[in-house]
Write a protein that binds this ligand. Structure first.
Ligand code: ATP
Length: 215
């Protein structure tokens, strides 16, 4: 992602203030990122979710929301002044040029928001949940991939979101594939078993991250 000079300067400055060890969690839709990050949170670790970031940067009356309204039309903004995220998602889903326009607007803002949150971290290390992580670098010290066989991913998504199989499959197809994601991983949680197994693996990794954060 290419930043403007202004964003680059602010980003580099905020990055220079980062002091904590940061683990990014990534994984496809319904893979279990929230199930995993909730368990780290239960162990007392601060968790920052980029989904919250993507809402925060388009709050009512924000400059980014105004730019989205100007670009895509006011139909994207509901009568309550909030972004209609679903309408926008549908609009850019099959339109790579529009998607890139949106990413170029939002990514620098999301990164800045995240770095500001990271300054407030009180725990030994922190986790950032980033479903769209595609490269290493920036503020991330370690990457944890939640890996789930595609059939289970689709099944869990259908159950949770009450969506038909075609919709779940289309989202999976639009995301980075399993191999691509695993190529980014320092650590992997294979989430195909029970929630108890998941908790045990989280505890193991927590011990590792405490050591790495202290190193
Ligand atoms: P999204 O990217 O869509 O936000 P996610 O990666 O955060 O998804 P979760 O919401 O954590 O995925 O998990 C998807 C669904 O599968 C949830 O309903 C969750 O409770 C369930 N789930 C996750 N892991 C397991 C497991 N090991 N056993 C049973 N159910 C699970």
């Amino acid at each position: 992602m290419r930043y403007s000079h202004r964003h680059r300067f602010r980003y580099d400055f905020l990055l220079s203030l980062k002091s904590k060890f940061i683990v990014a969690i990534t994984g496809g839709i319904g893979s279990g990122k929230t199930a995993v990050s909730d368990r780290f949170a239960d162990l007392g670790i601060d968790v920052i979710d980029l989904d919250d970031a993507s809402r925060a940067v388009v709050e009512p009356n924000s400059l980014a929301l105004k730019k989205i309204g100007d670009h895509f039309g006011d139909a994207m903004i509901g009568s309550n002044g909030h972004l209609d995220r679903k309408a926008l998602r549908q609009h850019v889903f099959d339109n790579p040029i529009e998607r890139r326009w949106l990413e170029k607007l939002l990514h620098p803002l999301i990164n800045e928001w995240t770095l500001l949150q990271l300054r407030a971290v009180q725990t030994m290390y922190a986790m950032v949940v980033n479903p769209l992580l595609r490269a290493r670098g920036g503020y991330v010290d370690r990457i944890l991939v939640v890996d789930t066989p595609t059939e289970i991913q689709i099944e869990r998504t259908m159950q949770r979101d009450k969506v038909p199989i075609e919709q779940a499959q289309a989202i999976v197809d639009s995301q980075l594939d399993r191999a691509g994601r695993l190529a980014l991983a320092d650590d992997v949680i294979l989430n195909e078993g029970s929630l108890i197994e998941l908790s045990n693996r989280v505890k193991e990794l927590h011990e590792l991250y405490l050591v790495l954060a202290n190193a």
